[in-house]
Design a protein around this ligand. Structure first.
Ligand SMILES: CC(=O)[C@@H](O)[C@H](O)COP(=O)(O)O
Ligand SMILES: NCC(=O)COP(=O)(O)O
Length: 239
C-alpha cells in the first residue's frame, strides 16, 4: 500500500500572512501523524515565504514518523540539511518569482551540481529524492547520479484542462513510474494532488508514496487536520 506524506507548508503560509505566532506547523504535523500520515513534508524556500528554519528544527525534533525536507541544492540549504539531518531531502528547482514549484529539477542540465549535492547528503546518511518531471531521460539521469528515489511532478496532470491533456499526462506518469521501478529507484508522486485526482492513480502500484499538501491544508481549514488527513489516507488505501 502506498504511503501518505503530508506537506504542512501552508499552515506556515497562514501564519506568515500576519507575521503572527500561529498557526504552528509543528502542531499540524503532529495532528497529521495522529490521523495516519506516514511522513511529514516541508519545503524550506530560499525566500522563507512560509516554512522557517525553526519550523524544520521543531518538526524534526518532535515527529515520530519521517521528515522529508524539500529544498534547492544551494550551499545554504545543504548546510541546514546536514545540521538537521532529515530522513530524506527532496531536491527541487526553485524560482523566487514562482507561486509554487513549476517544473521538475533539470538533472540533465545541472548534472554535476546535483550529483555533488547527492553525494554530500548521502555521505551524511540522508536519503535523496529528486523532484522530477515525468521525462524518461531525466529519470535515467537521476538514476545515474545515484538518487535513492524520484518524486514525479504530477502538476501538469492535476492541472490539465482537457481530457486529451489529462490522458497524455497520465500516460507520461505511468511510463515514468515504470522506468523508475525498472531502475530500482523509489517512485513517489506529488504536486497538485487533491481528493478527486488521487483516485485516478488507482492500480498504479509502482508509486509507493504520495506527497500532498495544499489540498489537505485547504480541507483542514474547514474540517480540522484529523478529518482532512484521515480522508486522504483512506483514499490512498483504496487505490
Ligand atoms: C516540490 C513540490 O511540489 C511542492 O512541495 C511545492 O514545492 C511546495 O512548495 P509550496 O508549498 O511553496 O508550493
Ligand atoms: N511534493 C509535493 C508536496 O509536498 C505538496 O504539493 P501540493 O499538494 O501542496 O501541491
Amino acid at each position: 500500500m502506498a504511503e501518505l506524506a503530508v506537506n504542512v507548508d501552508h499552515v506556515a503560509t497562514l501564519r506568515q500572512a500576519r507575521g503572527a505566532k500561529h498557526p504552528e506547523p509543528v502542531q499540524a504535523a503532529l495532528a497529521a501523524e495522529t490521523a495516519g500520515a506516514d511522513a511529514i513534508v516541508v519545503h524550506l524556500r530560499e525566500d522563507r515565504r512560509h516554512i522557517q528554519e525553526r519550523d524544520v528544527r521543531l518538526i524534526s525534533q518532535t515527529i515520530k514518523t519521517r521528515l522529508i525536507l524539500e529544498m534547492a541544492a544551494t550551499s545554504e540549504m545543504l548546510g541546514i540539511a546536514l545540521d538537521i539531518k532529515p530522513e530524506t531531502v527532496t531536491l527541487v528547482p526553485e524560482k523566487r518569482e514562482e507561486i509554487t514549484t513549476e517544473g521538475g529539477l533539470d538533472v540533465i542540465t545541472h548534472m554535476e551540481h546535483i550529483r555533488q549535492a547527492v553525494i554530500t547528503l548521502k555521505n551524511a546518511g540522508i536519503k535523496v529524492c529528486i523532484f522530477i518531471d515525468p521525462d524518461l531521460d531525466q529519470i535515467k539521469m537521476a538514476h545515474k547520479i545515484d538518487a535513492d528515489s524520484i518524486e514525479i511532478h504530477t502538476g501538469a496532470f492535476c492541472d490539465a484542462k482537457t481530457s486529451y491533456d489529462r490522458e497524455r499526462e497520465y500516460t507520461r506518469i505511468v511510463d515514468a513510474a515504470k522506468i523508475g521501478v525498472k531502475l530500482k529507484l523509489g517512485v513517489h508522486a506529488g504536486h497538485g494532488i487533491c481528493y478527486q485526482s488521487i483516485k485516478e492513480f488507482k492500480g498504479l502500484s509502482e508509486i509507493t508514496e504520495y506527497s500532498i499538501g495544499h489540498a489537505i491544508i485547504s480541507k483542514a481549514v474547514m474540517t480540522g487536520m484529523d478529518t482532512a488527513v484521515r480522508d486522504m489516507a483512506q483514499l490512498i488505501k483504496e487505490l
